[in-house]
Design a binder for this molecule. Structure first.
Ligand SMILES: [Zn+2]
Length: 120
């Protein structure tokens, strides 16, 4: 999961494809024009074959002065190694300082994840 996050940050399409389960893998992945800047990852919870996480980003095609949070339940399948299967409950929100932090800490965003991501 963390390695796939890093691969997205580095736009490493090859790693993303080989770590994707063949049953759900797209034929190709083109991140060339992707303007997403990934700023941080926080794991909300894990289960035997899944990770519920929040990833923080900015994107030029959205409001580039704002930070967004993507939450997702990623599911993995183990064969010879772990493969990414699919992502459920995918949700993106624009962050505001006083909103409840999307990492579900119970704190306000400004007192929680805002402190560890790169942009203020
Ligand atoms: Zn948080």
């Amino acid at each position: 999961m963390r390695s796939r996050y890093s691969a997205y940050a580095l736009k490493d399409e090859n790693y993303l494809l080989i770590s994707w389960h063949p049953s759900t893998r797209p034929e190709s992945l083109d991140l060339t024009d992707d303007t997403t800047q990934w700023m941080g990852l926080k794991i909300i919870s894990t289960s035997e074959s899944g990770v519920h996480f929040v990833a923080y980003f900015t994107q030029d095609t959205l409001n580039k002065d704002k930070v967004y949070a993507l939450t997702e339940q990623s599911n993995f399948a183990k064969e010879d190694k772990w493969y990414y299967l699919d992502g459920l409950d995918v949700n993106t929100v624009q962050l505001t300082k006083n909103m409840p932090c999307p990492c579900q800490s119970g704190k306000k965003y400004k007192r929680c994840c805002a402190l560890f991501i790169e942009k203020d």
